[in-house]
Design a protein around this ligand. Structure first.
Ligand code: NOJ
Length: 536
């Protein structure tokens, strides 16, 4: 057997960082982040050891869903800058060996996209079939019972042409009809436009929604629904999402991307593990990485998480590359979900598991969800379902760069309020503090980047109980690491059962005091502690 480390591509070995552009850095003083703001911070990513940035949508958009409603796929929204700003960002990133991943939103357009405007103009419009139009039932009600993720019915009546159109999200986000060949070709052309420019890949929005049941059958009721859940969860979306034909579309997208060198497709998929795996493609011809949201969704409990890691590892298809996520712009921030001390443990987990980590902006400094009053709420998901506390604004607040006014994000009041804690929780302050969350992320990312055992080695579970998770990472060269994480706030002990006993030194830990210690048969961890040990 060869001991050579396979020369793995960048998206396998590197760390990806998600930027929510409205909230990252405002360079022109309008209170909203922009492309120049990102370009100004590229050195930060280099310092942190990031390999690629994924930027949430920057395309022309009426911003009903803050850019996830695109009205021109091949232009930059003036709010974020110009195409020249984008070209400069891409060039400057590439000059620093940083890859740039864009957010591709193929499931729906804005209702103001010229395609939809034309489609809506008449039943005989050349683009009528580009969207999903249907007659109502004889009594005038919508064609079926499907619901919108953002609340209410998924069908909107058009009084002009007397038909309904389908929108899985806002009514301002009509779904494209991906069964139509012209739609497919138009969207592949959009991908080529950006790939030709040199973009390194796409995160594909709601990829499992792309194709709907061809008979538009009613979704069944969800027997487990409870009132606190979004109204969307009242039904099981078995006919409106995850249809078998979607895989042909994903394979086509992959083909378009693979015509270029070393590009990546990351699919957004919220599905149980077995269904998630199908998005790798039957012949490994699907998404390079369907996002794995296990750590975002599971309760923070050692045995549950350890079991899920094994389930995921075990279910991966041959050649399928794993990936891990702790947070994004749609979910509660990790520091708010499990508390700051455990967010440190989570950082160790994210950056030592096998597979590509994607890091959400601000999590590296321990940003938490910021309370947003009803008057300040901007997210349509929150506004449409006011009694359910579903707003995503709290996890989208401005990045905290320094202790200057507005956290150095902007010189003016930002579009969402800045966390009150910014004087301490900010990049500038934390860079100089060895005990900060940022110093922890910096250390872990650097370690991961330099150690094949961590960025591509094998994963072997050792133990999980009701407090801790322990596992090994081994590189083909013989370098090995042991990771022991205490997922509770009570002390715990990991008693080695391996023979011979593992020996080695702690090289990274939730707190710097732990570094340099050597391990023995019994490893004692205080509450909220985790260690990464380089094995001798
Ligand atoms: C998933 C995106 O992550 C979310 O922010 C957006 O609202 C929906 N897709 C609709 O595009």
């Amino acid at each position: 057997m060869s001991t050579d480390t396979p020369n793995l591509t960048w998206w396998k070995t590197g760390v990806i960082y998600q930027i929510y552009p409205r909230s990252f850095r405002d360079s022109n003083g309008d209170g909203i982040g922009d492309l120049q703001g990102i370009t100004d911070q590229l050195d930060y990513f280099q310092w942190l050891g990031i390999r690629a940035i994924w930027i949430s949508p920057i395309f022309r958009s009426p911003m009903a869903d803050f850019g996830y409603d695109v009205s021109d796929y091949t232009d930059i929204d003036p709010m974020f800058g110009t195409m020249a700003d984008f070209d400069r960002l891409l060039n400057e990133a590439h000059r620093r060996d940083l890859k740039v991943i864009l957010d591709f939103v193929p499931n729906h357009t804005s209702d103001l996209h010229p395609w939809f405007v034309e489609s809506k103009s008449s039943k005989t419009s050349a683009k009528r079939d580009w969207y999903i139009w249907q007659d109502g039932k004889p009594d005038g009600s919508p064609p079926n019972n499907w619901k919108s993720v953002f609340g209410g019915d998924a069908w909107e009546w058009d009084a002009h042409t007397h038909q309904y159109y389908y929108h899985g999200f806002l009514k301002e986000q009509p779904d494209l009809n991906w069964r139509n060949r012209e739609v497919q070709e138009a969207m592949y052309d959009v991908m080529r436009f950006w790939l030709d420019k040199g973009v390194d890949g796409f995160r594909v929005d709601v990829i499992w929604h792309l194709i709907k049941d061809d008979q538009l059958r009613d979704n069944p009721p969800n027997p487990d629904y409870s009132e606190t859940q979004p109204t969307y969860d009242q039904l099981l979306p078995v006919y409106s999402t995850d249809q078998p034909e979607v895989h042909d579309i994903v394979a086509q997208m992959r083909k378009v991307t693979d015509a270029y060198d070393e590009r990546v497709i990351i699919g957004e998929v919220y599905l149980p593990i077995q269904q998630l795996m199908t998005y790798y493609g039957a012949q490994n011809d699907g998404a390079h990485m369907p996002f794995n949201f296990l750590l975002v969704k599971l309760p923070w409990q050692a045995q549950e998480i350890a079991a899920a890691i094994d389930q995921y590892e075990g279910a991966l298809p041959d050649g399928g590359w794993p990936n891990w996520v702790l947070g994004n712009h749609d979910n509660t921030r990790i520091a708010s979900r499990i508390g700051e001390p455990q967010a440190r443990v989570a950082a160790l987990l994210l950056l030592t598991l096998r597979g590509t980590p994607t890091l959400y902006y601000g999590d590296e400094i321990g940003m938490r969800d910021v309370p947003i009053s009803a008057e300040q709420m901007r997210d349509p998901q929150g506004i449409n379902m006011p009694d359910k506390d579903l707003s995503r604004d709290p996890c989208r607040t401005p990045m905290q760069w320094s202790n200057k006014p507005y956290a150095g994000f902007s010189e003016t009041a930002p579009w969402l309020p800045v966390d009150k804690k910014y004087a301490r929780v900010n990049v500038e302050t934390q860079r100089n503090d060895p005990y900060s969350m940022l110093s922890l992320y910096h250390k872990l990312i650097r370690l991961r980047n330099s150690e094949p055992a961590l960025n591509q080695g094998s994963y072997t579970p050792l133990l999980a109980n009701d407090q801790l998770i322990a596992y090994r990472r081994d590189s083909p060269h013989g370098d090995s690491f042991l990771v022991v994480l205490n997922l509770t706030s009570r002390p715990c002990r990991y008693r080695q059962t391996e023979q011979p006993l593992l020996t080695g030194e702690v090289v990274a830990a939730t707190s710097p005091e732990l570094e340099g210690a050597t391990i023995e048969e019994n490893i004692y961890l205080a509450g909220d502690e985790g260690i990464v040990v380089r094995l001798a």
